[in-house]
Design a binder for this molecule. Structure first.
Ligand SMILES: Cc1cc2nc3c(=O)[nH]c(=O)nc-3n(C[C@H](O)[C@H](O)[C@H](O)COP(=O)(O)O)c2cc1C
Length: 335
């Protein structure tokens, strides 16, 4: 989209507490343009409800361990009082259990995202049910393809982001390229976790942010206490992109989508040595034991490069309020 057509930002800039909205967030009835990234095993119904109450759009994430039964369990938190919510699915997990998409549609969320695949057959079904659609994209070609498939909102997910994703472009150049390529609204994702980074992507024309790591560390997330502590302790240089965990766990993630995780003893030993890992039963058993014991020295903790900005476990409302009021103040500043 030409720069002149990018999302006009509304920062009510002359008041003591400026508000932050975009045309897209207003159309969805959100108070702030923040969507919590659907994070498998981390973004359950409790986090989704907290994000929605805080003014954003809460999303339930069904990751590689997602199932129709697990989704039904998380949906128990999405009461009418908790408000609107979205559901995020993984392409190859839905292909293995199509009922997952049926359950998601039947829940009548505001938004359904399916990421990490090229099959767009879900889009028509979801739209025909009156539900908005989203997917994550990594370059302008992906973006055009997704727009042509009828997807309503694209998530420009930069290589800085936590969890699985293509490592192709950094968030800001990707956002520029995607905004130039399509005319549907675009959310920015990857490494965002400060008022400055939120302000930067909104000023660049994003319709909102798709926030992962910074909400993963919130008190309402389903991450273990040990996982939260590891996120808080980590620095921005403490992440690594690897397929080692997926190989060890036998998960069929497409090669295009490695995961950004916290570096730990397991990545020090196995990242880049996946072929050896495939046949090392002992290492794979040790990983399973560490996952069961919730030991972040060996188990995977997904995290983006914005992890270094995390200093404490806080509620989703505190995180969202601080990010949005800080960004609104920055955007209202006269240079
Ligand atoms: C703990 C964690 C789990 C994730 N799980 C999923 C998932 O199940 N489905 C999905 O579409 N994206 C998943 N992602 C990726 C996010 O959708 C998003 O791209 C990323 O969190 C954005 O970058 P950030 O973490 O730096 O904010 C996950 C990310 C994290 C941090």
């Amino acid at each position: 989209m030409p720069a002149s057509q990018r999302e006009p930002l509304s920062s009510d800039d002359r008041t003591a507490a400026p508000s932050l909205t975009t045309e897209w967030s207003r159309a969805l009835g959100l108070r702030v343009p923040v969507v919590n990234a659907p994070m498998g095993g981390v973004a359950g119904g409790r986090l989704a409800a907290a994000v929605t109450v805080a003014g954003g759009l809460g999303m339930i994430g069904m990751g590689s361990a997602g199932s129709a039964a697990a989704l039904r369990g998380e949906l128990r938190h999405t009461t009418p009082q908790a408000g609107r919510f979205g559901i995020g699915l993984v392409d190859w997990v839905v292909a293995a259990e199509p009922e997952l998409l049926d359950v998601a549609i039947a829940a009548a969320p505001t938004l359904i995202s399916v990421s990490f695949g090229t099959d767009a057959s879900w889009v028509g079904r979801v739209r025909d049910s009156g539900i908005r659609t989203a997917t994550q994209v990594y370059n302008a070609t992906d973006a055009r393809r997704a727009e042509d498939a009828g997807i309503d909102v694209l998530v420009a997910r930069g290589a800085e982001g936590g969890g699985h994703g293509a490592v192709e472009m950094a968030t800001l150049p990707l956002l520029d390229a995607v905004l130039d390529a399509v005319s549907v609204p675009v959310l920015a994702a990857g490494g965002i976790g400060s008022p400055a980074s939120l302000a930067a992507v909104l000023a660049a024309g994003a319709s909102g942010v798709w926030l992962g790591t910074h909400l993963a560390a919130c008190s309402e997330s389903s991450l273990s206490e040990a996982g939260r502590r590891a996120l808080i302790a980590a620095d921005g240089t403490d992440t690594i992109v690897t397929t080692a965990f997926d190989v060890a766990m036998g998960l069929p993630w497409p090669a295009r989508f490695p995961a950004r995780v916290l570096r730990n003893d397991f990545t020090a030993r196995w990242a880049g040595r996946e072929d050896a890992l495939r046949t090392d039963e002992q290492a794979r058993a040790a990983l399973t034991a560490a996952v069961d014991a919730d030991d972040p020295r060996t188990a995977p903790i997904d995290a983006g490069q914005g992890v270094g900005m995390l200093t404490a476990v806080r509620s989703a409302a505190q995180v969202i309020d601080d990010l949005c009021s800080g960004a609104a103040h920055l955007l209202a500043r006269t240079p």
